[in-house]
Structures are given as structure tokens and as C-alpha cells.
Ligand binder design. Structure first.
Ligand SMILES: [Zn+2]
Length: 55
């Protein structure tokens, strides 16, 4: 299962769970993958973070 976030194209530090506008510049947020980790060992940290941020 992949976690998806919305981010501002101009401000990668913006990470929102829902679509909307960037709080800095007002641009429409775009869907992005939360991780670009190709190591395959990123589950340990992600599961706890996913549960806490999901609801
Ligand atoms: Zn922005």
C-alpha cells in the first residue's frame, strides 16, 4: 500500500493529506508519493507514521 500526499510544486516542504491550496503561495497542491525510497526497507518507520496520520 502506498501513502500519497499532496504537495506544492514550488514548496516541497508542504505535505498535506488532502487536496487543497498551498498555504504559502496558494497554488493547487499536486499528488505525490511520500517516499522515494528504493531500498525496500522503509516499512518500519512508515507504518507508525501512516497510522498516526491517517484519520
Ligand atoms: Zn507553494
Amino acid at each position: 500500500m502506498e501513502q500519497q500526499k499532496y504537495t506544492c510544486p514550488m514548496h516541497p516542504q508542504i505535505m498535506e493529506d488532502e487536496a487543497g491550496s498551498c498555504p504559502i503561495c496558494g497554488m493547487t497542491l499536486v499528488l505525490t508519493k511520500a517516499e522515494n525510497n528504493h531500498s525496500g526497507s522503509h516499512h518500519n518507520g512508515m507504518i507508525a507514521d501512516f497510522k498516526s496520520g491517517f484519520m
